[in-house]
Design a protein around this ligand. Structure first.
Ligand SMILES: Nc1ncnc2c1ncn2[C@@H]1O[C@H](COP(=O)(O)OP(=O)(O)OP(=O)(O)O)[C@@H](O)[C@H]1O
Length: 344
């Protein structure tokens, strides 16, 4: 009962060509930078954008041949797209009515769903009288009420403030946990993806560049975008035993034996900063220049340029004792044991 799709879409100068598989009960997060084609992929699955090639199949059923209104798909958009002149109940019942369910039954089912998302008491309210989080839950209830085989969520929390987002993320996690269809969640937010998804698919410039379990993607990024998303330093080079000659120059000692093209990743927090080259210190020490400082919670992220460009995350006491400023020349050091290398 796997959804198996290859989505080829051509929009002006933009070309999407992405393969996606979603198992029953699985939540897949589609991540990527602005303009990568995430919304286009979602719209293509919903039938709102025509396929120039490829297919959308579930168990041999060709969903791509079905007209939009007959696809067993529920969609929740970022701005919810609730009908403003209808009550919450009528909004949720609408999807059922348009699938031929009789009025009384549609209303009863809709009320059941509003109760499940905690909005039974707001059934008569118009969308304008609901908060963003509540409106989002109505939109989710409307999408789930038709028991779709595929639930599509397009940045469902993007319009919310941080506090609401936290609550709605938890709610959504609960509802998705009980949902037996397949879910595709389009998001920019790595936290939404890591918390809610069973698997991540990363799209860049219309192509899938990496996919896997959240912990796998977080530990072994394969593009600069993914590395920035999960907060790791990422370098690329050729491994010759326990060291890697970097493509951009410089060498990184690693804690294991590898050969061939590899990625090298390490956490900013594992990078130490020193005024002088550290004696008897970590095997990796590179001369660097400070190009930027950014406070993040209790630590400072220091962007460093040099033959080996890296980001370090240090405490306020390091910033103070080294009197760090843009332009300063320093040494960055990281132990080989903190460096992860994997085939490119
Ligand atoms: N109707 C359209 N006609 C022509 N080009 C379009 C159309 N819709 C989207 N595009 C282009 O397709 C590309 C992908 O857009 P899409 O909205 O799918 O990306 P996205 O990954 O969802 O981005 P964002 O994160 O900014 O929402 C962009 O370059 C966009 O400008």
């Amino acid at each position: 009962m796997t959804l198996d799709a290859r989505l080829v879409v051509s929009l002006g100068g933009f070309e999407l060509d992405a393969a996606l598989r979603i198992e029953r009960g699985e939540v897949v997060a589609l991540l990527g930078p602005n303009g990568a084609g995430k919304s286009t992929a979602l719209r293509a699955l919903a039938g709102l954008v025509p396929l120039a090639g490829g297919h959308v199949r579930v168990d041999g059923d060709a969903w791509d041949r079905l007209p939009v209104e007959r696809r067993p798909v529920g969609v929740v958009f970022q701005d919810y797209l609730l009908f403003r002149h209808m009550s919450a109940l009528e909004n949720v019942a609408f999807g059922l009515r348009s699938r031929g369910v009789r009025k009384a039954e549609a209303r009863a089912t809709a009320l059941g769903w509003l109760e499940r998302v905690g909005l039974g008491e707001h059934a008569a309210a118009r969308p304008g009288a609901l908060s963003g989080g509540q409106a989002q839950r109505v939109a989710l209830a409307r999408a789930l009420a038709t028991s779709p085989g595929l639930l599509l969520l397009d940045e469902p929390m993007a319009a919310m403030d941080a506090g609401t987002r936290l609550r709605v993320r938890a709610d959504l996690g609960e509802h998705l946990g009980g949902f037996r269809g397949r879910t595709l969640l389009v998001t920019h937010d790595p936290l939404d993806a890591m918390v809610l998804a069973d698997r991540l698919v990363v799209l860049e410039a219309g192509r899938v560049v990496q996919e896997g379990a959240p912990e796998e993607v977080a530990a072994r990024p394969r593009t600069d975008y993914v590395a920035a998303l999960v907060g790791l330093n990422l370098l690329r080079g050729t491994a010759r035993g326990d060291s890697v000659e970097l493509d951009g120059g410089g060498v990184v000692a690693i804690g294991e034996e590898l050969r061939g093209e590899v990625f090298v990743a390490f956490a900013p927090g594992s990078v130490g900063l020193y005024g002088e080259r550290p004696e008897d210190g970590p095997r990796n020490a590179w001369p660097v220049r400070v190009v930027g400082l950014e406070q993040q919670g209790h630590s400072t992220r220091v962007r460093l340029d040099g033959v080996v460009p890296v980001v370090a995350e240090v405490t306020a006491s390091v910033v103070a004792s080294l009197r760090l400023r843009p332009g300063d020349e320093l040494w960055a050091a990281v132990s080989a044991a903190e460096v992860v290398a994997y085939p490119a």
